[in-house]
Design a protein around this ligand. Sequence first.
Ligand code: INI
Length: 164
Amino acid sequence: MSEDILYKKDQHSLHAGDYRYAIVAARFNAFIVDRLLEGAVNALKDAGAGDAQITVARVPGAFEIPLTCLKFAESGRVDAVIALGCVIRGDTPHFDYVCTESARGISTVALQYKLPVIYGILTTDDIRQAEARAGITASANKGADAANAAMEMLALYAGLREMS
Ligand code: INI
């Protein structure tokens, strides 16, 4: 096996290619998720994606993300799905349910449809942590990271197909 194929696509050589990307973004905590969305779209465009390659769907909250990812996956019209949301811990167990079910659902869709379905949902203890990860009070933007992960995985799988 050539390690070259597995390692050459680092974060500095990401290309959107001619792949089609769906972004599923929650409206809950929109002040955070909008920044993640902006980061993801900018990362895809910086890597050469055109508007026609990017479809954005908004959903009420993180709990609604998995089924929407599944709808995109089963449509056969996208090559990768990027899930964006923000769940901030409160005083109720709701936090755990929403986090657990969104993570489980997203990984189920990825495995069922053999597609990169990228988990870009922030799960934080408080608003300050969320702001830092959304590029508001720090430079990191987990939406951009999620888009980069989608492109990296598509490149990796293309390399694996070439090997087979
Ligand atoms: N949805 C989120 O995306 N983030 C949250 O922090 C959140 N909290 O805290 O409740 C949240 N709840 C809504 C949930 O995702 C569903 O939209 C709702 O339960 C309707 O199914």
